[in-house]
Write a protein that binds this ligand. Sequence first.
Ligand code: GDG
Length: 466
Amino acid sequence: MSRLVVVSNRVAVPNQQAANTGGLAVALREALQANGGVWFGWSGKIAQRTSSQPTLTEVAPVTYATVDLGRKDHSEYYNGFANRTLWPLFHYRLDLAEFPRQNYEGYLRVNSLFAEQLRPLLGDDDDIWIHDYHMIPLASELRRLGVRQRIGFFLHTPFPALEVFLALPSHERIARSLCAYDVVGFQTMNDLRAFLDYIVNESGGEVLEDGLVKAYGRTLKAQVFPIGVEAENLARTAAHALKVPAVRRFRESQRDRAFLMGVDRLDYSKGIPERFEAFQRFLERYPAWHRQVVMVQIAPGSRAEVPEYKQIREELEARAGHLNGAFADYDWTPLRYLNKGVPRETLVGFFRLSAAALVTPLRDGMNLVAKEYVCAQSPHEPGVLILSRFAGAARELDAALLVNPFDPDGVADAIARALNMSMEERVERWEAMIKPLRENSLDAWRDSFLKALRQAPYAAPSDTPG
Ligand code: GDG
């Protein structure tokens, strides 16, 4: 079996405090350990200058290769094009997307530099798996350097509808870069369809019956691979949840109150202000629930250097203060807003304890919180998932209470419905949701992507350009 090379913006180097040590990092590391390999990406450090070669950390059989970014590269590539152009655009926020050419050039420059630093680490039979919107041009840069190995790409975010994508001045180059891969993976059919729309209507390419794409002189496979979670592991952790002191303390402090839960990276795509508004509407319209219910929102900060993220943080502080000012009493605070992360065990414990979770992004590639929440429930007394129809997860979890996050009254009604739901209905909905989550676990997702990659090339020998 060939070696695997994983490339992602952040690298989970063992024994280093990395932002990225969740389930996904563990699943990728397992794949690397199976046959040996390399994990390449940004170190998370900002230096005076971008490193001229990667720092290598060997933890046999895996080599972790990380690059420090200079301030200008970090600002143009990461804060700039990745997080102020592609991220808002891919989440349908044209109002927030900015298109300075300098940032686009920085994005291409860093990708080309990554390609040059990765090239010498590659073996002839390696399979290369590149993750997410930060790295779209990497395959075409590697191909330019003569790399012929199989290269796959997985997009964790949505791929936007044609009319939205066309607003990107560099749409042609980005789409052409996607076609330099052998396999391009998306979270949902919606995302795949949007990409194929571009191929058919804009690239002059074609989509063949077996799902193959022919465009820009190449043949590749574009396919849906909905990312999963570690279902069994979460269930095991959740079963011991009440042993976690923080979880027990919280339960004791709330006596018999029902508890609603939200967990999101602090990001405007997650619909947190809209959720606070919906909770406020619920309190206004369902006064019988006053004192009987508490909502906990956990929102660790992210991308703090990007102005839109500072803004949303301030907005949430103001809204939380306003809501509690209007409704709290000396012995009841309806909204607990924590602008920090909590340990995973505690989080899973809160999932288990809560009556319902509000997962209401305005747009989300998948949303793992929704899936983790379901896995953490007790089979006999599960909580209710209130889920945005605009999260990729809504495709598989259609037995959740699906809501439109732009409609606060509708979400308020869903909260009331969740709190009043019979145990029989809760169990029925939960059983319908847990089944696909067990079948399409995180490991199964990883393995099916790698299987598709290892079946490349998809072109008939006579079709291969050059
Ligand atoms: C991108 C796409 C797609 C959150 N707060 C805490 C904490 N978390 C964990 C959650 C979950 C993860 O972080 C967040 O994943 P999401 O999927 O919800 O969202 P993004 O970060 O935006 O991820 C998304 C994903 O990639 C994978 O493809 O689903 O659509 O946007 O695992 O549990 N974990 C701990 N403490 C916290 O306070 N321990």
